[in-house]
Write a protein that binds this ligand. Structure first.
Ligand code: CU
Length: 431
């Protein structure tokens, strides 16, 4: 008996699998978006954006969530490949009522940059500030000199409050605001040291605004996307992030004294001019020694299917004019349809066809996919994704493998007003 107890104690002390535990409270709070401007927001952990939940690949995570809002909510773990019961949607659990709580417990299987947000009344709750990130670290993360986590967002402001919610224009275009934020603040000034290479983890948490990110024309290297590291760093001067998207960039080295604009280039997603805009800047200070080491090969991603693989399913995105509601957004001709089940272990090749005149960012819950082609043109880069832009009048072919996590899942447009207006489907993964 004593010996067994001793062994148990030893195991508990030495176990590398001890769960990382967090408490997360959603509550009303004042969101200071600029020195002179505060908005009546909703905060996770009293912060805008919410706290960064640090996690490690393969180490259990437990998040005790408490709802101190006056309305129900649920917390969705965007991009994390976890059991269906922990997905945090109204499909997988009852909403957490005001004053209630729910414990999310899961083990993040992948290193990468993920995020959490409500899956109830998304347009209002996300806009009011309910956004946070999960950084899952892995054994093969490249060595960098420093790391910054940048949450890009926009808010529509009217006086000392948010602009009106639920307008017909928002239902059509998604809700865009004129105030552009990085980490909850307008006109953010970042600092970094000359001679160093930083890893910037970037999330576009906007309801609808696309971010065609550029750093004043400077070259940076893309090293990771939604599902973690890509195969090799890719040198770029711009990268497109739809709502819900993440990228990790290796930024620098730059020379001392350089000031670089953090901006979005003009992008026409079919709803007007999509003008260029500035979010903030980064000032490069005195040089410091660098220990950064970016390998030529980050990891290998085995292909799931050839670019011309035969599709097993078609998902058609479209919209139709509604006299009552301005527009209804549809999947395969229906609002919020129930799609056919998929079987564990059976390769899925889906054609996402956008018949409408505006872009839609397609998001699949709980599973990563590879983008095989767009309009028949094979992808030049292999990566794991959970969001992909489907441009107006275009076809994007993806492949994904349902692993053994049966239950109810969903896919939807990540312009959250479109999702709320019907462009969301659920389906079952069955054994
Ligand atoms: Cu959409």
């Amino acid at each position: 008996m004593t010996r067994t107890l001793f062994l148990l104690v030893l195991l508990a002390a030495a176990s590398p699998l001890a769960a990382q535990r967090y408490e997360l409270v959603a509550a009303p709070g004042l969101w200071r978006i600029a020195a002179e401007k505060s908005l009546p927001g909703f905060a996770y952990g009293g912060r805008f954006p919410g706290p960064v939940l640090e996690a490690r690949e393969g180490i259990p995570l437990e998040i005790v969530f408490r709802n101190h809002l006056s309305e129900p909510t649920v917390v969705h773990w965007h991009g994390l490949r976890i059991p269906a019961a922990m997905d945090g949607t109204e499909m997988s659990q009852s909403p957490v009522q005001s004053g209630g709580s729910f414990t999310y417990a899961f083990t993040p299987p992948d290193a990468g940059t993920f995020w959490y947000h409500p899956h109830t009344n998304e347009s209002r709750q996300i806009e009011r500030g309910l956004v946070g990130t999960v950084v899952v670290r892995g054994a093969s993360d490249p060595v960098v000199d420093a790391e910054q986590l940048l949450v890009f967002d926009d808010v529509s402001v009217s006086g000392q409050d948010f602009g009106r919610f639920g307008t017909p224009v928002q239902r059509w275009n998604g809700r865009e605001g004129k105030v552009l934020l990085i980490n909850g603040r307008a006109d953010t000034q970042l600092a970094m040291s000359a001679n160093q290479v930083e890893r910037w983890r970037i999330l576009n948490a906007s309801n609808a605004r696309y971010l065609r990110l550029a750093l004043g024309g400077q070259t940076f290297r893309l090293i990771a996307t939604d599902g973690g590291l890509i195969e090799r760093p890719i040198a770029l001067t711009e990268v497109l992030l739809t709502p819900g998207d993440r990228v990790d960039l290796a930024v620098g080295p730059f020379e001392e004294g350089t000031v670089i604009n953090i901006e979005s280039l003009a992008y026409d997603r079919g709803v007007g001019k999509g003008e260029a805009a500035r979010y903030g800047s980064v000032r490069v200070g005195a040089p410091r020694p660098s220990v950064a080491r970016l390998p030529e090969v980050l990891r290998s991603i085995p292909p799931l299917a050839e670019a011309d693989a035969k599709p097993t399913r078609m998902v058609t995105l479209d919209g139709r004019i509604s006299l009552l509601r301005a527009v209804d957004w549809t999947i395969n001709g229906k609002g919020n349809p129930h799609d056919a089940p998929v079987k564990v272990g059976e390769l899925q090749v889906w054609d996402i066809v956008n018949e409408s005149k505006i872009d839609h960012p397609f998001h699949l819950h709980g599973f990563f996919f590879q983008v095989l082609s767009q309009n028949g043109v094979p992808s030049t880069m292999r990566s794991w994704e959970d969001v992909v832009n489907v441009p107006a009048k275009s076809r994007v072919r993806i492949a994904w493998m349902p692993d053994d996590r049966p239950g109810m899942w969903m896919y939807h447009c990540h312009i959250v007003e479109h999702q709320g207006a019907g462009m969301m489907a659920h389906f079952e993964v069955v054994r």
